[in-house]
Design a protein around this ligand. Structure first.
Ligand code: ADP
Ligand code: TRP
Length: 331
């Protein structure tokens, strides 16, 4: 039987962090046997906000290294850079012409990212979800494994696929399903439990990066925001503690209730010490491999070249079909 296909990506800006890992990449690693997987570096998405060229280049390499260090295997999974497969930009234009502005105005990520500066934000930031739709539809993906924050974008991709299919009266594009897995679909910032952990947060202490050393992990967890209460409990009114408990649960495999019970009578110092130990034990091997891979540029380039070749074959088939349907000559 043919395997179902999965596609996803991470924006190639800055370092990959614990949120990217627990919300997305960890699940991708577990999907590699059962699914036909395409996981890419979203570098075209990265330039929706200004990027320094050297930083962008480094981010693409480092994010590839983080994918490999986390356990993505280029023999099983197609790993490539979005900008290397030109059909992403091509399909994105066509889909832009199928997307009412009103649909894009509803996207909460644009409002969050542009904030008060909507008038001076790039139009690329506004049409970002259409490029993301092209990324998905180009590969006829069945599933899109992402963290909670991307759900709205996948809904939009479904709507756009539906609009194209209605126009032509047939299932030209597969309507994809979001796949939001696990208990940590939204890891919060270590500095503010109401915000998600993000690459774009200006505070380095707000996130744990996949390449962080043991000492950095210990320090960030020690300094993680808590509150004035002395005891550990899992409550909505204590978002910072809840976040730390969720991370603890994810890495230890223990139920949150069991963890809370084991800290009755203890304060934050012991809890944070133990958490730092568990996190660095789990991330240690990833961090080590990350540093090995990121210093082997030749291997990273070869991995991305092989991925580009494989991805381009599928992408070309879809774009030809779409262009023909729309009335382009495709000479
Ligand atoms: P960032 O928001 O840090 O720039 P991306 O937007 O590139 O990260 O996200 C890449 C993947 O990681 C997506 O599937 C997204 O849902 C997931 N992700 C990002 N941040 C978090 C988080 N804090 N918790 C859970 N998943 C996350
Ligand atoms: N927008 C996604 C994010 O910020 C990254 C992304 C780009 C993506 N294209 C995609 C995720 C296609 C899934 C499928 O997390």
């Amino acid at each position: 039987m043919q395997k179902k296909r999965a596609i996803s990506g991470v924006q190639a800006t800055g370092s990959l962090h614990l949120g990217n890992y627990l919300g997305a990449i960890k699940h991708w690693v577990n999907m590699q046997e059962e699914f036909d997987c395409f996981f890419f570096l979203a570098d075209l998405h990265a330039i929706t906000i200004p990027q320094d060229p050297d930083n962008l280049r480094n981010s693409i390499y480092n994010s590839t290294a983080a994918y490999l260090a986390s356990g993505l295997d280029p023999k099983k999974t197609t790993i490539f850079a979005q900008s290397d497969v030109k059909e992403h930009a091509e399909l994105s234009w066509i889909l832009n012409c199928m997307t009412p502005i009103g649909w894009l105005k509803r996207m909460t990520q644009f409002k969050d990212k542009a904030g008060k500066n909507q008038e001076i934000a790039s139009s690329g930031l506004f049409t970002y979800p259409v490029l993301m739709t092209a990324d998905i539809l180009l590969y006829n993906a069945d599933f899109v494994p992402v963290g909670e924050d991307q759900k709205q974008h996948i809904e939009l991709a479904r709507d756009i696929a539906g609009a194209v299919n209605r126009k032509f009266g047939k299932e030209l594009l597969k309507v994809p399903e979001p796949l939001i897995q696990g208990n940590t679909t939204r890891v919060k910032s270590l500095r503010d439990g109401t915000k998600k952990m993000s690459k774009s947060d200006t505070s380095g202490h707000s996130r744990i990066n996949l390449g962080d050393s043991r000492d950095e992990i210990v320090e960030k967890i020690k300094k993680a925001k808590t509150d004035s209460l002395e005891y550990i409990s899992y409550e909505e009114s204590r978002p910072e503690i809840a976040n730390l408990l969720e991370i603890y649960g994810e890495f230890s495999g223990k139920k949150i209730e069991t963890i809370v019970n084991s800290y009755i009578g203890h304060g934050f110092a012991k809890f944070k010490n133990d958490l730092a130990e568990i996190v660095s034990e789990n991330l240690g091997p990833i961090s080590l491999k990350y540093h090995q891979y990121s210093s082997d540029k030749g291997f990273l380039q070869q991995t991305l070249r092989n991925g580009k070749e494989k991805a381009s074959k599928t992408a070309l088939q879809t774009i030809c079909k779409i262009k023909e349907s729309f009335g382009f000559l495709n000479l």
